[in-house]
Write a protein that binds this ligand. Structure first.
Ligand SMILES: [Zn+2]
Length: 309
């Protein structure tokens, strides 16, 4: 699929109506929206956003529907969750019993989602969908990461594998930069930032593999697949992340110092396992490090030869 930015006109429309949003902030603070449930959580959420990050949220909030259910929701076959956000119809589905733990995550989706009616394309953080979708794992991982880092222990911990991958992406792209790209619904910008360390096709492959692993880990499918298949894809993702990091590291520091705490942090935090309630995959960290270092050294050797030529 064609990955693009939100159309310029869409941003313009949102900014043009900014006065309306400023007014709305005041109204929300004065509690002029009596029929909106979970108002305390919504206000707490709003105050955690930077002013420039509030536009999409307040726009969606104007006509949002919040639908309660006492049961957990089954959004996709076999995937049960405490909540969900429907981008197309601007509806939050939430279980009121767990809303105080799960609503924050959904509100981040509300703050970073829009449907471009003209081009029939949905944008949500790092996710885009027009007939087919891409960036589901990047988006869920970062949404959960930012939810946990903003609201701490009070939120429900989910998507731990996706979160660990996004922590590595943050180390590559930079904290402020990644956050800005997320609120800008700018998958294209994220790919561009990663192109400092990898080529476009490899980045797209990584995003698709990450999506597939995300779907597997969160569905019944998981149990029908061979362990080797899952592990191979996890290794692929880890290798890709580590390789980009080594390239960044060599760019910045010239050579590898294996005792550098920053390098060790990246390695030890690169989540070399993924788990569900019943299965945990542990991958051999040291073996992977040696393989990737060998590959990067080979590529650099080849590059040297090319320069001499
Ligand atoms: Zn989500």
């Amino acid at each position: 699929m064609f990955i693009d930015n939100l159309k310029a006109g869409m941003h313009y429309k949102l900014y043009k109506r900014r006065n309306v949003y400023d007014k709305m902030v005041v109204e929300i603070k004065n509690e002029y929206i009596p029929d909106l449930e979970y108002k305390d959580i919504i206000l707490e959420f709003l105050s955690a956003l930077k002013e420039s990050e509030r536009i999409v949220f307040l726009n969606n909030l104007k006509n949002i529907k919040i639908i309660n259910s006492n049961d957990d929701f089954e959004f996709r076959k076999g995937m049960v969750s405490g909540g969900g956000y429907d981008i197309y119809n601007n509806i939050i589905y939430i279980n009121p019993k767990t809303a105080h733990k799960t609503l924050y995550h959904e509100l981040f989706h509300v703050a970073t989602s829009t449907f471009d009616h003209k081009h029939k394309k949905a944008y949500s953080g790092f996710y885009q969908c027009k007939n087919v979708s891409i960036g589901r794992a990047l988006n869920e991982g970062y949404t959960q990461y930012i939810t946990e880092s903003t609201f701490g222990d009070k939120v429900q911990k989910v998507y731990s594998y996706d979160v660990s991958v996004m922590k590595r992406i943050e180390m590559l792209v930079g904290k402020g930069n990644l956050r800005r790209l997320y609120f800008g619904m700018d998958l294209k910008g994220l790919i561009k930032a990663l192109e400092e360390y990898a080529n476009y096709d490899d980045i797209i492959n990584f995003i698709k593999t990450f999506d597939m692993v995300h779907d597997i880990l969160n569905s019944d499918n998981f149990y029908n697949l061979s362990e080797g298949y899952v592990v191979n894809n996890l290794v692929k993702i880890n290798k890709f992340l580590f390789k980009m990091y080594i390239i960044k590291y060599i760019d910045e520091k010239g050579c590898i110092n294996p005792d550098d705490p920053e390098l060790i942090e990246f390695l030890t935090n690169t989540n070399l396992y993924a788990s569900t309630s019943t299965k945990i995959y542990d991958l051999n960290c040291h073996e992977l490090v040696n393989i990737v270092l060998g590959e990067v050294a080979d590529e650099m050797e080849k590059a040297k030869v090319n320069i001499i030529d």
